[in-house]
Design a protein around this ligand. Structure first.
Ligand SMILES: Nc1ncnc2c1ncn2[C@@H]1O[C@H](COP(=O)(O)OP(=O)(O)OP(=O)(O)O)[C@@H](O)[C@H]1O
Length: 328
């Protein structure tokens, strides 16, 4: 069964534009100029019940606007949209019980209260029956290992501890769909891993459909079998996550810090992203990276080295070029 369906879904924003400086401000008092921005463009999308799906794209791609339309926060400009059988922007109470949203940079918890108090407040807001509330609470407290955090003031918690409680408060009413916007942002590697483990468990045991937006490709790779790439409001890719990364995430980003001033010259083909006498950051094809690392370690004295997956911007550019080549 599909829990999300969109067809030709489009959102345009109208925004006011003014010339710089005082002259521009005075002019704008008499004549306002507007530009139209297409944030999401004719977006077709279906999500099956129980799927864990990734939504990725560079800054300004339209991800948040899409999630805002799916949760009824903004109304579409045109197109069709159905979430759990509802038109989200009607904001019916029955619809609000079908989903939850967790945003890494926003909080649903009251900082002055304890988590236990906030949970009780949400129990009343969502009219959660006593037994369902107690069963869910116990299940999540055990799953997230947060029993000793329940009665402390939220403002005193670390970011990772707070995120676990954010997820619990969102899940207490058994939502069918969970929208997650950057849930691991700012967390250290251990906390990120823990959050991923919990989300996987919730998806598998409760059957919750999860739509995850993240800039950390590791979140998407380890959790989402399917992912959708959006750029400039348009869907660029919709399919298997492993296939996407295998085909389009072809390079690694390597940053090398030297112990002494160096002019680094290596035999492989690579693109320099940043170069100073003490540091070199480069992009190299994955299959050449091992040889390059060996050469670096053999030839130079290093103070640090980091190896990262290249970011989503490059991946999107490759999909875009690939599509245009096919079309030409
Ligand atoms: N309220 C608004 N009024 C005008 N333009 C907007 C509004 N909200 C978003 N936009 C524009 O719509 C486009 C898509 O923005 P959106 O926030 O959906 O992107 P995003 O993919 O979530 O980006 P990020 O990863 O940076 O959060 C951007 O160009 C943005 O400037």
């Amino acid at each position: 069964m599909n829990v999300i369906e969109t067809k030709n879904l489009t959102k345009t924003y109208r925004r006011f534009q003014k010339d710089a400086g005082l002259k521009g401000s005075v002019k704008s008092l008499f004549k306002r100029e507007y530009i139209t921005k297409i944030a999401v463009n004719e977006f077709d999308f279906t999500v099956h019940e129980g799927e864990f799906i990734g939504l990725i794209g560079p800054n300004g791609a339209g991800k948040t606007t899409l999630v805002k339309m799916l949760t009824g926060i903004v109304a579409p400009t045109s197109g069709e949209i159905s979430v759990a059988g509802y038109y989200p922007n009607k904001l019916e109470n029955a619809f609000k019980k079908q989903y939850a949203v967790v945003m890494g940079q926003k909080s649903q918890l009251f900082f002055e209260l304890s988590a236990a108090d906030t949970f009780l407040l949400f129990k009343e807001l969502y009219h959660i029956p006593d037994k369902e509330y107690q069963d869910n609470l116990n299940y999540f407290i055990e799953l997230f290992g947060v029993r000793d955090l329940m009665n402390v003031q939220v403002r005193t918690l670390s970011l990772g501890e707070r995120m676990k409680l954010e997820l619990i408060v969102a899940l207490l009413h058994n939502p069918k769909i969970l929208f997650l916007d950057e849930p691991t942002i700012g967390l250290d590697a251990i906390a990120q891993k823990q959050i991923r483990k919990f989300l996987k468990e919730v998806n598998e045991t409760k059957g919750t459909t999860i739509l995850l937006t993240s800039h950390y490709m590791e979140d998407i790779k380890s959790l989402c079998k399917r992912c959708v790439v959006i750029n400039g409001g348009t869907k660029l890719y919709d399919g298997d996550t492993d296939t996407l990364f295998h085909k389009y995430q072809t390079h690694k980003k390597i940053s090398i810090s030297f112990e002494h001033e160096e002019t680094c010259k290596l035999d492989q083909d690579y693109t320099i992203l940043e170069e100073t006498p003490y540091k070199l950051t480069l992009l190299i094809r994955k299959e050449q990276s091992q040889k390059l690392l060996k050469d670096i370690l053999d030839r130079y004295e290093l103070s640090d080295i980091t190896i990262e997956e290249e970011d989503i911007g490059n991946v999107v550019e490759r999909i875009y070029n690939d599509k245009n080549e096919v079309l030409e």
